[in-house]
Ligand binder design. Sequence first.
Ligand code: ADP
Ligand code: ZN
Ligand code: ZN
Length: 732
Amino acid sequence: MSKTSRICAFALPLPVYHGFDYAVDEVSNYQPGIRAELPFGRGNKIGIRLPGNPSEEGERELKAAIVPLDEQPVLSSHLLELGQWMAEYYCQPLGEVLFFCLPGYLRKSQTQTETRLRCWKLDSIDPQLEQSLQTRAPRQHQLLQALRDKPQGMTAAELRSIHANWRQPLSALEQQGLVSSHWQEALPATRLPLQQACTLTADQQQVYDRIRAESQQFLVHLIEGVTGSGKTEIYLDLMQDVIARGQQIIYLVPEIGLTPQLLGRLQQRLGPVVVTSHSAQTEWQRYQAWDQFRRAAARVMLGTRSALFAQSDDIGLIIIDEEHDSSYRQQDGVRYHARDVAIKRAQMLDIPIILGSATPSLETLYNLARPHYRLHKLEQRVNRSPPPSIQLIDCSQQPLTGGCSPQLLQAIRQHLAAEGQVLLFLNRRGFAPVVMCHDCGWQASCFQCDARMTLHQAQNQLICHHCGHRLPMPVKCPDCGQSALQHYGIGTEQLQDFLQQQFTGVEVIRIDRDTVSSAQQVEHKMQALQQARPCILVGTQMLAKGHDYPHITLVGILDADQALYSSFYRAGERLAQTVLQVAGRAGRADKKGQALLQTAFPSHPLMQGLRDQTYAELVQPMLDERKLIGFPPYVRVVSFQVDALSLDLALDKLQQVRQLLMPLLSEDEIKLVGPIPALMARRVGRYRAQLTLMADNFAQLRQVLQQALPQIQALRNTRKSQLTIEVDPVDL
Ligand code: ADP
Ligand code: ZN
Ligand code: ZN
């Protein structure tokens, strides 16, 4: 090893909480954020150079880094800092977090490949030379003619379509100085014409002005407004300003079903400067978008939660649409909340961040009291049609057929007759959720989960929605062998069948995970709805988000009662958000809408509230209650979860964690609950239990964590039992 070598720390994608030191002889080749191939164990691994001054090599015999993989860092110093903050805040291994912040393409040993397209152009042509080529080199001549027809240039794919063996004649043309090449950006194209901004309404203008007035500093702007109140239009105007200043924008949406329509809308206003990043894309597509954004060829990064880690030197604005949506929380791998990390990123960059929602999360409403939060309300829809009021249908005293009450069926009939479209929301897929034997009481449950299996009739199978396990539907009860099995309850498959029988000749479209698997398929299915002919749309949560259905006049919500007896402490909040979101789909454009909510508990305060109150009025008592019983957002929570081969193993490991924490909890300001089995303790054959820390004061909680973490993290994770830590978990 040469004398000049230095020690640099690298993060490796491993479940460990520290960096690894390696000797490096040419430090300038290993700037922070550069990936390098490193010897590790018996093989090699990729690491990312961490910030921090390299130290002189001391006594230790260190392995030497093998080779840098990058010329320029894959993580800017700002993203390295954000990643370090995330790792610390969420108690996640630094290497795993940093690798997570990279596009998948760069998590392996791929180099930073060029994402622009090489493009060849005809520079000059001498008629004599051309003529001689015709006889002397017919392939060159053929390419020459094609290039003349395309003055903007041709890509490799286009040249290949002229001639399969195009490379050799093309380079001959290049050598003669007739053709030259350049790099061309391959940004997502649009055929839509550019559109002028529309004149904002007075309400929109006010919100726009207030955000614009403070556009050069960190502030969290909550725009609270129902669907159709013109939030997106305000974002568009603000984005135009940011782009005009030469800066870039990150725009997050909860689900990709939303983006095809939205992408078109952004391109129409901002031009072909928008790239997208979401899980339905290939690794290459996501890397390409990342690279285009990094080089500022694209000005807007539109995507789902991980698009937040797009790299840029000059972001001017972050937008989080539908900020209340639960999909911003990642529940496996690196556990983080994209909205909260986005707020941190905006703070580090000292730029504004906009949160948009018709039904803001209780966390955000609670945070409004903090000095750097601003609330902007849009009280009306742009077209002034009020959102439909919600009517309750009492179904406690009457039989339902196909999950529908007579009043609901009557309303569907009326709306279809008036050429309206109907949306029925039922958040349960499959045909029936319960299958049992009348004689002996046997129930179809999953052999590896604490869960029932759902009947899917078209496939004649029982399916566990938690692990995906499938069985053929038994003809007779497997236990007593006596009788045929009965099914109870209604899922979307059955609802669709039933409605199809009731309303012959009317198209019944079903949208759930069994009928659509990609954004394109959703778009395809939705096309029927763009025409103004009567039809019925049946679907799960997938329907609640984003789409614009101009002709829907009736929304029916079936089986919302599940939320009333759920043990999930956010169930009420979720129900209110979903119901208002789904009901908001009725009656856009010029058609007045109606929303019906079926419930067996019409006098329950939540149901009454949904009928009579605004969202703000509805959630205030929920906030009060959480304060009273000491739940988030009034307390901060860190939970330790173990997933093990047996429940005893899970509880044992958590008991060890408890032992480590107990001595640190002198004051009773920090509560320790558990270990207890998780709600659905058995899942895919493994058992889960949890231990929860709760405190009013986050600083105190952090202090305890910081002291205990090294020992907790040292508890060995094996296949038998795995410990994960969740900071701000969604559930308790
Ligand atoms: P939101 O994002 O709150 O759902 P949008 O911005 O999508 O609302 O606006 C709803 C509809 O109203 C869209 O079709 C949009 O084009 C239209 N719209 C919004 N603002 C205006 C305006 N100032 N003038 C005319 N149409 C508008
Ligand atoms: Zn039986
Ligand atoms: Zn299962």
